[in-house]
Design a protein around this ligand. Structure first.
Ligand code: ADP
Ligand code: MG
Length: 573
């Protein structure tokens, strides 16, 4: 080959990079190694932002959060076999949460894998990924890279979003194509997440139900937040006058301080509502499957049962747990726009005895909460610590709040108000631990401040990524709610020969982990110390870890989901 000929070819690395670039995939979350090391270097040299992690699961979680935050698939790139498996957990989690993400893994030689002849990191990755994500594709030939990416992108973002696995065998990277035909083989995806317009009769059916409701309620889920139909949803809520509950990641879609938010009267409205409209929220375990004493106590006496409207892009979501009287299938923007139009002008507000009863309970509970937050016990507890964070978010409404743990999750969700859409990133549908630092990195690369409120146990799953945060000098302030253990730090081993399974080293200095990599570490024993450290972190935007020492007696087993804990549930029964 002469020099001129060699410049006229395009290799598989370049094709992958170009396929990403023409489709606006501008960021890769990765952990380099065989066979993708050079891909990470070349992608960076070509202008793609490359964030390199210490464990693939956190790179994958970052890609998932990137998908939720931007509406474009987040890309995670891993090595074969073990790296792939580490990334797979986050791909499955992204799929469960309906976040668009593409996991790209290098893989070993097909011929050897298929005959199980023992290749380096041999594993049939495509087969393993398939049941755990929305779609899985393999590209064997350089000329198919364009199609592979187009399929991955469409699968990830169209309809119900989810995770996609893209398998790129090591051998692919040794291939090249003539530059001309190579470039032509790439596909710029047009309208990757097409609008899906709901049927007019479905919209009408829903409007009739709402019109006749005496005690209507709207539940906004993270699908509603993801849909980026913020204005339409606000218009619908305010025009209809219907009280609403945000699921945790829908907090801030409307400010939590909105007059129609029924969060502070949650158990009352769930039990009493007669018509419930779900918008991008599933009736899964987080909503007690729509059953049991959480639901229907009040209305069942009057109307027999509660009736449901479900606005969702998935046509098979309705009736998954109980009968849905009015499914409205389409993208949330189109559905809510259609509902707003069908409601016409002069829509009557819900009966005043319903909204009045909610307001009464809300006021009572908010007053009680304010009293609790004003207390300053020693040692500090979840409430007094979170009161500080609540004020910080109020003053910095654009900041991202990452949140995981058991009690650290439950208390933060109910205490810390959100004011902007898609700013709260948490454990999601699985209630998973370990998303913390991955989500924090993806949120921080947007340039906004991130505050990650972490249980000391939850933090442990991704703690090593504080090095990643320091390396990229990201504006992340981690607050570790340190109560010396899982749930709390007071368990004892009856035999006394070792620590109890839920105990950690007492008074651990998590702050020193951040200092080890050049960030700022602070121990805070009082709300005043916590406030000072938080203010400094937000002002300086330096990577910071605040080790917030919480009363080790504070917290309950499994937080608010004790009933899911077999032995304890039995004791209680
Ligand atoms: P939450 O946990 O907040 O209740 P879920 O994850 O259970 O939320 O539900 C999200 C729902 O939103 C899913 O059923 C999904 O199909 C739906 N969804 C996601 N994006 C859209 C969209 N753009 N339009 C309509 N529905 C959507
Ligand atoms: Mg703890």
């Amino acid at each position: 080959m002469t020099d001129t000929q060699s410049t006229d070819t395009i290799d598989a690395f370049e094709l992958v990079i170009e396929a990403m670039k023409i489709n606006g995939l501008d960021t890769i979350y990765t952990l380099p190694g065989i066979p993708i090391t050079d891909l990470t270097r070349k992608a960076q040299a070509a202008g793609i932002k490359v964030y390199s992690f210490r464990h693939e699961q956190h790179a994958g979680n970052a890609a998932a959060a990137h998908g939720f935050i931007t509406g474009k698939p987040g890309v995670c790139l891993t090595v074969s076999a073990p790296g792939f498996l580490n990334g797979l957990t986050s791909l499955a989690n992204a799929t469960t949460n309906c976040f668009p993400m593409i996991l790209i893994s290098g893989s070993s030689e097909r011929e050897i894998v298929d005959l199980q002849q023992g290749d380096y990191e041999e594993m049939d990755q495509l087969a393993i990924a398939k049941p755990l994500c929305k779609g899985a594709y393999r590209v064997l030939h350089a000329e198919d890279i364009g199609v592979g990416f187009a399929r991955a992108i469409r699968t990830a973002v169209s309809g119900r979003p989810g995770g996609v696995y893209l398998d790129l065998p090591a051998k692919l990277f040794t291939q090249s194509l003539p530059a001309d035909s190579g470039k032509k083989s790439l596909i710029k995806v047009v309208d990757a997440a097409p609008k899906q317009i709901p049927a007019p009769e479905a919209v009408q059916r829903a409007v009739e139900l709402l019109k006749n409701a005496k005690k209507p309620l709207v539940i906004l889920g993270k699908g509603a937040a993801y849909a980026r139909a913020d204005q339409e949803i606000k218009a619908f809520i305010e025009k209809s006058g219907i009280p609403y509950l945000p699921m945790s990641m829908a907090k801030g879609l409307l400010p939590d301080t909105h007059a129609q938010s029924a969060s502070a009267a949650r158990s009352y409205v769930l039990a009493e509502a007669d018509v419930v409209m779900l918008v991008g929220a599933r009736l899964n375990w987080l909503l007690s499957h729509g059953k049991g004493k959480t639901w229907g106590a009040g209305s069942s006496k009057e109307t027999g049962k509660q009736q449901f409207i479900q606005v969702d892009i998935s046509p098979i979501e309705a009736d998954s747990n109980l009968a849905v009287a009015a499914p409205v299938v389409g993208d949330i923007g189109s559905c809510i726009t259609a509902l707003n139009n069908a409601m016409g002008s002069g829509w009557g507000k819900p009966p005043a005895d319903w909204t009045g009863a909610i307001a009464e309970r809300k006021d009572k509970n908010l007053t009680k909460m304010a009293e609790t937050l004003a207390k300053n016990p020693s040692p500090m507890n979840f409430h007094s610590a979170l009161s500080v964070i609540r004020n910080t978010i109020k003053d910095n409404p654009k900041a991202y709040l990452v949140n995981e743990g058991a009690n650290a999750l439950d208390f933060t969700r109910s205490i810390v108000d959100m004011y902007e859409p898609r700013r709260r990133l948490d454990v999601g549908t699985w209630g998973i631990m370990g998303i913390g630092m991955g989500f924090a990195v993806a949120a921080a690369v947007t340039g906004e401040q991130v505050i990650a409120v972490e249980g000391d146990s939850a933090f442990g799953f991704s703690g090593m990524e504080v090095e990643t945060i320091c390396r990229y000098n990201l504006p992340v302030c981690v607050v570790v709610m340190n109560n010396n253990g899982i749930y709390k730090g007071t368990d004892v081993n009856p035999l006394g020969d070792a620590m109890a399974p839920t105990q950690f080293v007492k008074n651990a200095r998590y702050d020193l982990m951040m200092e080890a990599f050049g960030g700022v570490g602070v121990t805070a024993k009082t709300p005043e110390e916590l406030k000072k450290a938080l203010d400094e972190a937000v002002a300086s935007r330096k990577p910071t870890l605040i080790n917030a020492m919480i009363d080790e007696n504070a917290g309950t087993e499994s937080g608010r989901i004790t009933s899911l804990n077999p032995t304890l549930a039995k004791k209680k029964a």
